[in-house]
Ligand binder design. Structure first.
Ligand SMILES: [Zn+2]
Length: 100
């Protein structure tokens, strides 16, 4: 399990959503930046898990940069990015090569 994600100056701890009622309702959630926690539903797999992680990261970027992005826009951007990465393995390899 991924333990942490750094977004600009903030390092978020990644924690699973454990409450069963919350798991039924939530894919993920993020605290205000100063509390530095992203919760991810551990039942999510594959593209849904990646989409949710991007979603919470984009909420962080939105907060840190005061972009005031509407939740729906974050939803569509995260979904599109997750899909592009899923459908382009060579792109994932290339990104890793560029950033290593
Ligand atoms: Zn959201």
């Amino acid at each position: 399990m991924l333990k942490k994600v750094k977004v600009g100056p903030v390092t978020y701890q990644i924690k699973p959503i454990v409450d069963e009622e919350q798991k039924k309702k939530l894919h993920g959630s993020i605290s205000p930046a100063w509390r530095q926690t992203i919760w991810i539903n551990p039942d999510l797999k594959g593209e849904d898990a990646v989409d949710t992680m991007f979603h919470e990261i984009l909420h962080s970027v939105d907060e840190l940069m005061r972009l005031k992005l509407h939740h729906d826009k974050i939803y569509y951007i995260a979904e599109a990015l997750a899909k592009v990465l899923k459908e382009n393995k060579d792109l994932r390899i290339w990104i890793d090569e560029q950033l290593t």
